[in-house]
Design a protein around this ligand. Structure first.
Ligand SMILES: [Zn+2]
Length: 446
């Protein structure tokens, strides 16, 4: 019998109200193993461009990679299709699931390039379909089929460069919508015991747990970290007083900055992408409604506004201290220009490269009595109010002010980080290209 390698991409099955693509993947792990599929990687959770305008949630696509004997093929595909159909929120406008099957030992280079593009820019369904045809993949589109884009991209993102892991635990149906019964103290303890090998468990500024979502979705909580073994161990440290229906370890591009693209000139910035770009602060920060802070940077080609929103926390506090002349590098997603606003970078990170000097000018002191002199008008010299002395040739004294801001990298508060944002704690932990651990034995339940 012939062994076949199959990659299954799934995307856009969920809505705000219902469903969750990772849950479908978790269900399929159990179902497909029972059909004899042998997984050759953890399910891949691939976060795509977070600035795509029609995406309201995390923009996460899934890929399952497996081997099986050829006579299981029909049953495997049928199971995938029926599970996606059952679990998707098909009534919701804007939920347009897509499934792609690709039978190849590894995804072709061109699909990998497409995946990279889908993480950073806006890609078209037309381009996704061209790849499906060229490489003999099978695509299934529900409704308008936009999900095909993410399904192809998930297959192409093989996570060979920097990657992380997330263990996600799911609730039983009867408990969904009720308060999550997870001991908060045990999460702080787990965080302390596993840091820096796990990240974004708690928001330090607000002393709040951020791994448990709110709302009716099936996720109980998810723990992110550097290794599969670590996130599974971390999961076992959390005290839970409701039954866990299932849990799965995913391999992901979360926390890797995979969405950011270096842009040389401000004039090259495109709407809906995510960029890293340098410039000189050309307008001092100002506050807008909602306590958001805006400043402007420019280079020899153009200028662009940068916004630090209120929830960015300490990042916003640093931004407020910038002044004209500071040399900075900004990281963030691009919001297009509108009637009210110019093109704007929504700040995720700020690197202060050079701090500009800040001066004030004081009138000199009287040489005879020491009193601060009064100006007699521009270039007309100074006069002393106390003793009446006049000094026609004196000029103002330049005084260097101490800046309350330092060179360095500043990252938005963990509660407002995107799935893809690399948190400060991961700097220096990045995996080398091609360095992928072999799979651990217990990576899912049941
Ligand atoms: Zn005087």
């Amino acid at each position: 019998m012939k062994e076949i390698t199959l990659h299954i991409g799934i995307d856009d099955t969920d809505s705000i109200a219902k469903g969750c693509t990772t849950y479908i993947a978790a269900l399929l792990v159990e179902k497909l193993e029972k059909l004899g599929a042998h997984f050759i990687d953890y399910p891949n959770l691939v976060r795509l461009n977070p600035n795509v305008p029609w995406k309201t949630r995390g923009n996460g696509a899934l890929c399952l990679r497996m081997r099986y004997n050829e006579n299981a093929e029909f049953k495997i595909k049928e199971t995938v299709i029926s599970t996606v159909e059952e679990q998707s929120d098909l009534e919701n406008r804007g939920t347009d699931p897509g499934i792609v099957f690709l039978k190849k030992s590894r995804p072709p280079k061109e699909i990998q390039v497409f995946a990279r593009k889908a993480t950073r820019e806006v890609v078209s369904i037309h381009d996704a379909m061209k790849l499906v045809e060229r490489y003999g993949a099978e695509a299934l589109a529900f409704k308008d089929g936009r999900g095909i884009i993410g399904a192809v991209a998930a297959i192409g993102e093989t996570l060979r460069s920097d990657h992380t892991y997330e263990v996600i635990a799911y609730r039983r149906l009867e408990n969904r919508g009720t308060k999550r019964r997870v001991d908060q103290d045990s999460i702080f303890e787990m965080d302390k015991a596993t840091r820096p090998c796990t990240f974004n468990n708690v928001d330090i500024e607000k002393k709040r747990v951020i791994i448990t979502p709110r709302g009716p979705d099936p996720i109980l909580f998810g723990i992110r970290g550097e290794k599969a073994e670590t996130v599974r161990r971390a999961f076992e440290m959390v005290r839970i007083s409701e039954p866990v229906e299932r849990w799965v370890v995913f391999r992901t591009n979360q926390g890797t900055d995979a969405h950011l693209k270096n842009v040389k000139r401000i004039s090259e910035i495109e709407p809906y992408s995510s960029v890293v770009v340098s410039g000189i602060v050309s307008a001092n920060p100002w506050m807008i409604r909602g306590r958001h802070v805006i400043f402007r940077i420019s280079d020899e080609t153009s200028e662009v506004d940068c916004a630090a929103y209120e929830p960015t926390g300490s990042l916003r506090t640093v931004v407020k201290k910038l002044i004209k002349g500071d040399h900075v590098r900004v990281h963030g997603g691009i919001r297009p220009a509108s009637n009210e606003n110019p093109l704007t970078i929504n700040l995720e990170k700020l690197k202060i490269l050079e701090v500009a000097p800040q001066f004030v000018y004081h009138n000199p002191l009287c040489a005879k009595c020491g009193r601060r002199l009064k100006s007699m008008g521009t270039n007309k010299g100074f006069r002393c109010d106390k003793c009446g002395s006049r000094y026609v040739s004196l000029t103002k004294i330049k005084v260097n002010l101490k800046r309350d801001v330092r060179k360095g990298l500043y990252v938005t508060a963990s509660r407002s980080q995107r799935h893809l944002t690399k948190p400060l704690i991961r700097y220096g932990m990045e995996k080398r290209y091609g360095h992928v651990d072999s799979m651990i034995e217990r990576w899912h339940f049941p």
